[in-house]
Ligand binder design. Structure first.
Ligand code: HEM
Length: 207
């Protein structure tokens, strides 16, 4: 077996595993009392706002759907043999990002920990929407390589949902940091390295 290809397949498998479990993670919020989740740290006035709660649940459930559908799009066999399915899943991904990204941008301004995480999440939301929009418009114009490049960027940003949930227990559990200082760092750390890695991947494999 080609070692490089073998490594790529192993990497793809593990990325898929994380995408699957974190993609399903928002289901945990169904019927969960506010006190048992991040919502427990929010002021009562925010929890009384149906706009905030609608944005929050739209964000988490469609974010999960984006993580689940987006992953399969990189599977070459699906693109080659089931192009119709690839297109349908692609449309679901784009729509999920649109709604999860806009609502994510809205709730970013109420992020736990203040302005530093708020700006980190807002920056992530704007770039997520921007890269996904470019992925969509480039394929509409028939620019396949550009479409692949933008999708890699978009999904690397989507993967912030996974990296955030790997960093949080590492910082608070292993490194014994308090939650708020850790959260301020992780709101940026969860996506800035992801997009840099995506750029390196694009330069090495798609230029
Ligand atoms: C990539 C762009 C994303 C942005 C900008 C974003 C932004 C946010 C923001 C601002 C919050 C609230 C944080 C707070 O109030 O402190 C949040 C929470 C949350 N997000 Fe996202 N998010 C993104 C992607 C995703 C994805 C793909 C998922 C799918 C699993 C997801 C699932 C969640 C969940 C479950 C929460 C609740 C917090 C928790 O208990 O972990 N997010 N997100």
């Amino acid at each position: 077996m080609d070692i490089k290809k073998g490594r790529l397949n192993t990497g793809y498998f593990f990325l898929g595993l994380f995408a699957f479990f974190i993609g399903l993670y928002p289901l945990r919020f169904i019927g969960l009392p506010y006190e048992d989740s991040l919502l427990g740290s929010k002021p009562q006035a925010l929890l009384n706002s149906s706009i905030y709660l609608t944005a929050f649940y739209t964000h988490i459930f469609l974010g999960g759907l984006a993580l689940l559908t987006g992953f399969s799009q990189f599977y070459k066999r699906l693109r080659v043999k089931r192009i119709g399915l690839h297109r349908t899943l692609g449309k679901i991904y784009v729509l999920s990002v649109l709604l999860s990204g806009i609502s994510g941008l809205g709730i970013a301004f109420y992020a736990t920990g203040g302005i530093i995480p708020a700006l980190g999440f807002a920056g992530l939301a704007i770039l997520w929407l921007y890269t996904t929009f470019n992925a969509y418009t480039s394929i509409k114009k028939g620019e396949v390589t550009n479409h692949q490049r933008w999708m890699i960027r978009s999904y690397a940003l989507c993967f912030a949902a996974v990296t955030l949930r790997l960093y949080l227990p590492t910082f608070t559990g292993l490194l014994h940091m308090d939650f708020i200082p850790a959260y301020k760092i992780i709101a940026w750390l969860c996506w800035v390295p992801n997009i840099l890695i995506a750029e390196i991947f694009i330069v090495r494999r798609l230029t």
